[in-house]
Design a protein. Sequence first.
Length: 488
Amino acid sequence: MRHVLRGTVLFLLLLVVTAVPASAATAQPVVRVGTEGTYPPFSFHDPRSQQLTGYDIEVVKAIADRAGWRLEFVETQWDAIFPALDARRIDLIANQVSANEERKAKYGLSATYAFSHGVIVRRTGDTSITTLADLKGRTTAQSSTSNWAKVAREAGAKVEAVEGFAQAAALLAQGRVDAIVNDNIAVLDYLASTGSTAVEIAGKAGDKTSEQVLTFRKDEQSLLAQADQAIAALKADGTLGGISRKYFKADVSVPDGGSADLSQGRGHRSTWDVVASTAWPMFVGLVKVTIPLTALSFAIGLVLALLVALARISPYRVLAGLARAFISIIRGTPLLLQLFIVFYGLPQLGLKFPPFTAAVIAFSLNVAGYAAEVIRSAILSVPKGQFEAAATIGLGYSLTLRRIVLPQAARTAVPPLSNTLLSLVKDTSLGSVVLLTELFRQSQLAAAESNEFLALYSFAGLYYWLICVGLSAAQKRLEIRLNRYVAA
């Protein structure tokens, strides 16, 4: 019996040993895809399902099926997408990246999966702009790091940086810029989905055809090779052409596949439909990201602020100097820069944090820098006689702070600290630059697809306002509670 049991155990161990390598070999690698999600018809959110979709999204999904990848989509602004790739936050970019010599030298570019050409967009009736030469001395609106921005600059235009084409079109219609240079398909989609008559295509931005590619880091040669093989197979079996005809009624996967037609595309929706379909996603972004990010960052920031404030008033000059330096750096640099340093810069030193953690670190440090001076002034507002009186009854420094000084200082610090908290609630709208889909990012996604900027941004503002009203009411109740034992 003992031999039977021993043989059974050995047999089971053999099965485990042989099965683990097999499962590991067949496991699909996770590939993180960076995309905007605000660039229809290539990368946007379906207004009915709120799911990420578009030509580029379907193409990279088809490539993943062929290559055996499991995809994770990471949405971010265009100007942050290449830093995200460099910092290894994503593994590839699928967002109508045009191949050029500079990108070819720095990144690994896949085989071409789409062809397009640039066009010049002007206000309707502005016949002074017809060619690239007419842009000299004019102002265009572009994503600052895009290939089209480079075309506009080379033509002599001054480029105003925007997040995406929807914002650029709004600036052009309002007369704030003179023209836009962009992909002809993106422009056709905008005109078809909005029904806008305020802007029009003036002509081609030169005769050069733009080739769209997936972008990898130079050291990801295996992924690049798999992508190239998949693209070749998808072209050969007609899959790429089928995806293209679904969106454009033409085959943009080849240079001469016909003219794109988006006249029967997504169509225009009423303002009410847009707001109604976006209200819930914005609320989810508020509950899942904005509120937790605010609460956690403020709590950690207050603890750090107290420590910095105590160091600031410390008799030890080195400690006080370090505290002053920290406060100076935090208050002397933009919060957006601090977010970029923590999220995109520190990975180059080997410190890589998830998006939410990186945002908490940056926001907490920012709160600490500003709140430290509030707490310091509140502590100094307590009469020195309180310390002396505590010393006469045998209380040490730490116990005096905890039992006597800080409770009195809290009453003074509550109003300015409440302002810091309210500012933090609104500052979380910067979370999208570190790949967080919070309340404001949801409104941006919907606005890029529908071009209903006023209604959606106003509705997002309503959410922020309601939170701030609630916090202000809580501040008032806290002040009343702290003032209960104060003599009139």
